[in-house]
Design a protein around this ligand. Structure first.
Ligand code: ASN
Ligand code: ZN
Ligand code: CA
Length: 327
């Protein structure tokens, strides 16, 4: 077994970050021996295969094409630690086995994705290869697709697809807050660092999902006809309301204003409890066909398990679903 080393890297989006690496005969490699052997590879603009493991003569990383690798390796480590330390889950399948990351996928590729077949995360470099899609919240979003696949297995279409997407945004956001990184503070925005719209705006907003121009704020009978990245909106909104409550609020310098369907007022129970409730529901009560109505039932059961059925938490879960029109 090779020695576990602690290096450091200059990331694209999260400042200078610690990296867990491995000593090799000639230097260091981006192999995280403390987290299931998670490795980070360079696809060098290719679109297939595993790529080339990142290596370096010293344990100080980040120059040139390493920068995106620093983000991806750090993001995978933070997400691993979030699942382990907050939710008691060891790795994506809960078996302590790491996945791997591939950066520099394709040319001007504006996406990132999880793939069950390779059990890996892959990141494009964005338009003109100028903004890799490797921010921490995106990395945690993609890794969470692996967790969802290994647990509830929410089908990636219709309402269950929206819940699948929301689960990735929810734990992506929870991981970003967990990191407590002063260069990349937690927020309820998705992809705020990667400039995917070219005007500095985020990809998604959890307090009021419709701010992205496509996502829905509330459940309706036609919700499942939308793309899963839009039908996730009401569940993201539910999570925001459950955590922080309705109305105006500023957190880490970001201002939010979260509306409700019926103009009801919701008082949040905090992000930590909301995170634990969603995870218990995902891993205990959600199945491949869970829809919004069943998600309400499943999270209420999870909340009863964790806090009791007469608790403030239970009443707030019910109120937050009602506030997005799931009754
Ligand atoms: N980045 C997208 C996502 O994780 C890729 C996709 O459409 N599945 O949702
Ligand atoms: Zn996704
Ligand atoms: Ca974010």
């Amino acid at each position: 077994r090779e020695a576990i080393e602690t290096g450091s890297g200059t990331s694209t989006y999260s400042g200078t970050v610690p990296l867990t690496t491995t000593k090799t005969s000639s230097g260091y490699a981006l192999t995280d021996g403390a987290r299931g052997g998670h490795k980070t590879y360079d696809l060098k603009q290719g679109t297939s295969g595993t790529g080339t493991l990142f290596t370096n003569s010293s344990d100080v990383w980040g120059s040139g094409r390493q920068a995106a690798a620093v983000d991806a390796h750090y993001g995978a480590a933070v997400t691993w630690d979030f699942y382990k330390n907050v939710l008691g889950r060891s790795g994506i399948k809960g078996d302590g086995v790491g996945a791997y990351s591939r950066v520099h996928y394709g040319n001007g590729y504006v996406n990132a994705f999880w793939d069950d077949d390779c059990f890996c995360m892959t990141y494009g470099d964005g338009e003109n290869n100028a903004n890799p899609l490797t921010s921490l919240d995106v990395a945690a979003h993609e890794m969470t697709h692996g967790v969802t696949s290994a647990t509830a297995g929410l089908n990636y279409s219709g309402e269950s697809g929206g819940l699948n997407e929301a689960t990735s945004d929810i734990f992506g956001t929870a991981s970003e807050f967990y990191a407590n990184n002063s260069s990349d503070a937690g927020d309820y925005l998705i992809g705020e660092k990667i400039d995917i719209n070219g005007d500095g705006t985020p990809l998604r907003y959890m307090d009021k999902p419709s701010k992205d121009g496509g996502s829905k704020d509330y459940w309706s009978s036609s919700l499942g006809n939308n793309d899963v990245h839009y039908s996730s909106g009401p569940a993201n909104h539910f999570f925001y309301l459950l955590s922080e409550g309705s109305g105006a609020k500023t957190i880490n310098g970001v201002s939010y204003n979260s509306p409700t369907y019926d103009n009801s007022k919701v008082t949040g129970i905090g992000r930590d409890k909301a995170t634990k409730i969603w995870y218990k529901a995902l891993t205990t009560y959600f199945t491949s066909t869970t829809n919004y109505k069943a998600a309400r039932t499943g999270t209420l059961k999870a909340t009863a398990d964790l806090y009791g059925s007469t608790s403030t938490e239970y009443k707030t879960v019910a109120a937050a679903w009602t506030a997005i029109n799931v009754k």
